[in-house]
Structure formats: C-alpha cells, structure tokens
Design a protein around this ligand. Structure first.
Ligand SMILES: [Zn+2]
Length: 86
C-alpha cells in the first residue's frame, strides 16, 4: 500500500530527527564551549577544616578520621590537621 510506504518514510524521518536531537544534546553536554569553563555545577563541595576553603572531593586530599571523611585543599592542610589532632 502507498500509505504504508509513506508511513515508513515518515518513521525514518522521525527516527532521524530524534537521533539528531539526542546527538545534539550529548554534544552539548560533553563539549559545548560555554559550559566548559563551569566545572562544578551540581557537584557537592566540601570544606577544608583547616583553612576553610571549599574543595571538590574528586580533587581534594582525603583522609578518613574515624567514621568521617575529611577533605583538604592540599597535603599541607592535611598534615596541619593531623598535627593538630595527633
Ligand atoms: Zn586548605
């Protein structure tokens, strides 16, 4: 039937449009220039207890103190904390 052929062409167009949309979203998330300079949106920041700087856990120096995890901006602060609590 002609209608079936039209429908399958239409479905191809729809599938392609959806794919392009998804592709565009993925590219926008991963590599958009305007979002590249904003590293920490949605990331939970933690506070360095020594100097008070807020740090990103992924990039911080982490120690486990009892049941707590503590994050420091640098090994200097970690060492200062250890010296203080030792
Ligand atoms: Zn610090």
């Amino acid at each position: 039937m002609v209608l079936d052929a039209l429908l399958s062409v239409l479905m191809l167009f729809v599938a392609r449009a959806v794919w392009l949309l998804i592709d565009g979203i993925l590219k926008g998330v991963s590599g958009h220039p305007s979002s590249a300079g904003v590293p920490t949106r949605g990331v939970q920041m933690v506070r360095d207890p020594v100097c008070g700087t807020f740090v990103i856990p992924d990039r911080a120096v982490m120690i486990t103190d009892g049941r707590r995890q503590l994050f420091f901006c640098s090994t200097n602060c970690r060492d200062a904390y250890r010296a203080r609590t030792a």
